[in-house]
Design a protein around this ligand. Structure first.
Ligand code: FES
Ligand code: MG
Length: 580
């Protein structure tokens, strides 16, 4: 890939269409660049590198991008490129409502169109908080100019009075303890102040750490980059190195689609399984693969989950450790070296080297954190895909992060049509929940949610908590946070809002799950289901105008990656380069 005979010449640079010609338009582009104080020597004949930065004042996970971007620029300048920063939607998982998933595709479109409409030759993508990683990668892949991804890095471990705290997971855990009366309000305030103590992304194996690991496994991050804690000086060096590297990638024309082959996506699925990944990985990986022109579906995940065990002992699938421990134990290079037999080592990456070359010599320094394949924390992959009359197009569960007694279970459904009525019921101690109850929430899918919010870890009923129960079977067409845990069936497809069979379930029906057999069914006869289907009425429209209106018209179901239909690579003719 670094074959110098194929290197681009300066006159072949894309940005030259803006800056090169001796015409009136280019006069405008050059004079406006000079208006900003740049002399022609600073950009002429040099790759113009867009830095798509998802920093904002309401994005706590990307706070450090405000200064890290200067390190990226330093790298680009050193290598002879010309850096330009292009801010993009910051998609803070904590602040954006109703859910960032509503806007992942908006960031993807923004990224693609930012790159298309501006005079740029390559892109550095700065993201990491959950949806920002797939959002940036989806857009860059569709645009297909050379691109490299810089993950924000996980934040430091949380701390409360000497106890380690994990993002998300410990909020749910101590919230349940507070509701059960086993910790005080004062304790709870201590947890609140200590759980997020540095910039960076959630430091459990939530969606952020899952997706940045996937970005690296698919070849889009420099080796080891996805495990470096945000506050480590190694992260600063990653930024400048990525800046240096992208300039060479432009000269060598290393585009995302050359890296993101089908084999690279299968590597990413296997790494995700071994990491104990977030369930969200499925949706984003399917969307990413389809943008790169590969048909990846739930069956690919199911195959991987049967053969790749969970060896990353990071919460919530793991019991004790967090991303900081994972980094000290050897990080993703250590993990990938450990599971090398499940990887195609010949896949090319942004480093200009293969996966095999990237992980050569990688060591594991703590084999309790990164377990050998012979001593996994869970014998199968972290996700299982279930099918049956409740979910003909599939649904997902995370067997590694739940009470094992619910792997095979049958119990009566208690069905809620919206989040507020469910919330009221779980706080009502007289509501007749039993440990066998299968709690169901519907109208929480891609269209119904809208945007498929992370409601899938339905709160445990107060009554059961007080009786000492900490898990029960729950089911929805929503997603759940990667930092969540429990016997939660998610992503039911098709969703209930559009009339999927979940819409036909009634309180009292027996729901049966068998994870080993990968099945989920309601014990309701075909005739009765037909009667209920005939009587079903579609709930009212969620949006009458605006972005949400377009979203509900074009969003695809969970098993298809929740991409907009018109953004798929195989949709219509390619988008032309702009007329300049
Ligand atoms: Fe940003 Fe979790 S809130 S990564
Ligand atoms: Mg999350």
């Amino acid at each position: 890939m670094s074959d110098t005979s194929r290197r681009k010449q300066p006159e072949e640079l894309r940005s030259r269409r803006w800056f090169g010609p001796a015409d009136l338009r280019s006069f405008g582009h050059r004079s406006r660049a000079m208006q900003m104080g740049y002399a022609p020597e600073e950009w002429q004949g040099r790759p113009v590198i867009a830095i798509v930065n998802t920093w904002s004042d309401l994005q706590p996970c990307h706070v450090h991008f405000k200064t890290r971007v200067e390190d990226v620029k330093r790298g680009i300048l050193m290598a002879g490129g010309f850096p330009v920063e292009l801010p993009a939607l910051s998609l803070s998982e904590s602040f954006v409502k109703p859910t960032t998933m509503l806007y992942r595709n908006m960031l993807a479109m923004e990224t693609e169109e930012l790159l298309r409409s501006h005079p740029v030759d390559g892109a550095v993508l700065m993201g990491g908080c959950d949806k920002t990683t797939p959002g940036l990668l989806l857009g860059a892949t569709s645009m297909d100019i050379p691109a490299i991804f810089i993950p924000a890095g996980p934040m430091l471990r949380g701390n409360w009075g000497g106890k380690t705290l994990g993002s998300g997971s410990d909020s749910w855990k101590y919230w349940d303890e507070l509701r059960a009366g086993t910790i005080t309000q004062q304790d709870w305030l201590g947890v609140e102040a200590g759980i997020a103590r540095s910039y960076g992304t959630c430091m459990t194996m939530g969606t952020a750490s899952t997706m940045t690991a996937i970005a690296e496994a698919v070849g889009m991050v420099l080796p080891g980059g996805s495990s470096i804690p945000a506050a480590d000086s190694g992260h600063i060096r990653l930024c400048s190195e990525s800046g240096r590297r992208i300039v060479d990638m432009v000269w060598d024309d290393v585009t995302p689609r050359r890296i993101q082959t089908r084999a690279a996506f299968l590597n990413a699925i296997n790494v995700a399984m071994a990491m104990g990944c977030s369930t969200n990985a499925i949706i984003h990986l399917i969307a990413m693969a389809r943008r790169a022109g590969h048909e990846i579906g739930l069956d690919d995940f199911e195959r991987a989950s049967r053969k790749v065990p969970v060896i990353g002992n990071v919460r919530p699938s793991g019991k004790t450790y967090l991303m900081e421990d994972f980094y000290y134990a050897g990080g993703i290079r250590g993990l990938m070296a450990t599971m090398a037999e499940h990887l195609d080592l010949s896949c090319m990456t942004v480093s200009g080297r293969t996966v095999g070359e990237n992980i050569a010599g990688a060591k594991v320094y703590n084999d309790d954190v990164i377990r050998p394949l012979s001593n996994p924390i869970y014998g199968e992959g972290s996700l299982a895909v279930l099918k049956g009359n409740l979910a003909p197009d599939g649904c997902v569960i995370k067997p590694a992060a739940m009470d094992q007694k619910f792997l095979k279970h049958a119990g009566p459904a208690v069905v809620f049509d919206d989040y507020p009525s469910m919330k009221k019921a779980v706080d009502d101690e007289s509501y007749p929940f039993t440990p066998d109850t299968v709690m169901v929430l519907r109208n929480a899918g891609p269209q119904g949610g809208p945007g498929m919010p992370e409601w899938g870890m339905l709160p445990m009923p107060k009554r059961l908590l007080k009786e000492g129960h900490r898990d029960m079977l729950r089911m929805s067409d929503a997603r759940m946070s990667g930092t969540s845990y429990g016997a939660c069936v998610l992503h039911v497809a098709p969703e209930s809002y559009i009339g999927g069979p979940l819409a036909l379930l009634r309180t009292g029906d027996i729901v049966e799950i068998n994870v080993d057999a990968r099945s989920i069914t309601m014990r309701v006869g075909e005739e009765e289901l037909a009667r209920r289907r005939a009587a079903w009425v579609k709930p009212p429209a969620r949006f009458e105008r605006g972005y949400g209106f377009a979203f509900t018209k074009h969003i695809q179901q969970a098993n298809e990656g929740c991409d907009f239909d018109f953004l798929r690579t195989d949709f219509g003719a390619p988008v032309p380069e702009p007329v300049i």
